[in-house]
Write a protein that binds this ligand. Structure first.
Ligand code: PLP
Length: 385
């Protein structure tokens, strides 16, 4: 017997990067600049708190929305870092990674046929999330000449005024772009004027290397129409512990919790203990990791320029987004440099058509490997000049 797949599942194409993993498996000397996760281990104090919680047998479910103590710590943290005020009882939900928060939001607020405008290039999960929820995707291209920031002009050109939801992610995966308060203000105005719900994925907020991160939800009139996603995977190097959260008005978080309580019950308990400790005592660990990412960022950008590949000044997350040299598509370059030099990078078009001609290069890898990888990319470019 074969299973009959649902139309929604069939509508989502297989991941564009699987083939690259298969090629990478053929060699044993591959340096991967392809992954989007920290190379650091979770700060020890957070791991220790998780271990202690296990030793003490704290292995039951928590409240659906997450441990109250953790929600309080999150409320304090976002107030302190991003000037965001959310009530721990009603306006915060702890989820299994930011991924679950993103999925809950699509399912809670997108009706079949609704249009979801996505600033692209974009993180690969948004589009499938919209399709699984029965919505229609509207791509809103961002451009290199705008440093990949979202602009009102771009929104207008794409027809986003008629959309129901706008998804944005700054600092951005895959480009490394950030948006300042001044950049966000006109976007907020556009959202208010056109009555858009905004999903703001701020999982890379701590990884901002130029100034401070501003949340669009902190701008006038935006709190009531915005859901913010954040989590512990990136800044706290906790990808495998699967812990994230969403912030929003009480009725919206209540709606997300309705799905969460039937599909997840509660986010992983051990991870909640780790996260509580991370917020309580691990600021220095985060600061050290951020400093190291910044050092790598500057190194990688300057090496690409030396090699003669154009690259815009990425200022956030742990990615940069160089242009491939003339004569290559993004996929041809990525496949060539993997087969011939054993360096894995991700072709930019995986993140939407607008990413064609670029590569996503992650610097969540030690400096020594980054040095070797950039030397190999240089050799590849020279061989094909
Ligand atoms: N949002 C963005 C922009 C990401 O890049 C990622 C992971 O790569 C996620 C969300 C998912 O994060 P989590 O591990 O918290 O599910």
């Amino acid at each position: 017997m074969t299973f009959e797949l649902s139309d929604r599942v069939q509508a989502v194409p297989p991941s564009g990067i699987r083939r690259f993993f298969e090629i990478a498996e053929e060699r044993d000397d591959v340096i991967s600049l392809g992954v989007g996760e920290p190379d650091f281990a979770t700060p020890w104090a957070a791991r220790d708190a998780a271990i202690t919680s296990l030793e003490q047998g704290k292995t039951s479910y928590t409240a659906n929305r997450g441990k109250r103590e953790l929600r309080e710590a999150i409320a304090d943290y976002v107030a302190d870092r991003f000037e965001l005020g959310y009530d721990p009882d009603e306006e915060i939900i702890v989820t299994a990674g930011a991924s679950e928060a993103v999925d809950l939001a699509f399912r809670a607020f997108v009706n079949p046929g609704d249009t979801v405008a996505i600033a692209q290039p974009a993180y690969i999960s948004y589009e499938p999330g919209v399709i699984f929820a029965g919505g229609e995707v509207l791509s809103v291209p961002t451009r290199e000449e705008d440093d990949f920031r979202l602009t009102v002009e771009g929104l207008e050109e794409a027809g986003a005024a008629d959309a129901d939801v706008l998804v944005l992610c700054y600092p951005n995966n895959p480009t490394g772009a950030i948006m300042t308060e001044e950049d966000l203000k006109p976007i907020a105005e556009f959202a208010r004027e056109n009555d858009l719900t905004v999903f703001s994925d701020e999982i890379y907020a701590e990884l901002t290397y130029d100034g401070e991160h501003t949340s669009i939800a902190s701008l006038e009139g935006m709190r009531e129409r915005t859901i913010v996603f954040n989590g512990f995977s990136k800044a706290h190097a906790m990808t495998g512990l699967r812990l994230g959260y969403a912030l929003g008005p009480a009725d919206a978080i209540g709606a997300m919790n309705k799905i969460h309580q039937y599909t997840m019950l509660s986010a992983p308990t051990t991870a909640q203990y780790a996260a509580l400790e991370a917020l309580d005592t691990c600021d220095n660990d985060v600061a050290e990791m951020v400093e190291e990412y910044d050092r790598r960022r500057r190194f990688v950008l300057s090496r690409f320029r030396e090699i003669g590949m154009d690259v815009f000044e990425a200022k956030g997350a742990f990615y940069c987004f160089p242009e491939v040299p003339e004569g290559f598509t993004a996929e041809e370059f990525a496949e060539g440099v993997l087969r011939e030099q054993g360096v894995a990078v991700v072709p930019g078009d995986v993140f939407g058509d607008v990413g064609e001609g670029h590569l996503r290069v992650s610097y969540a890898t030690g400096l020594e490997d980054l040095r070797k990888a950039l030397n190999r990319i240089e050799a590849f470019v020279a061989d094909h000049a």
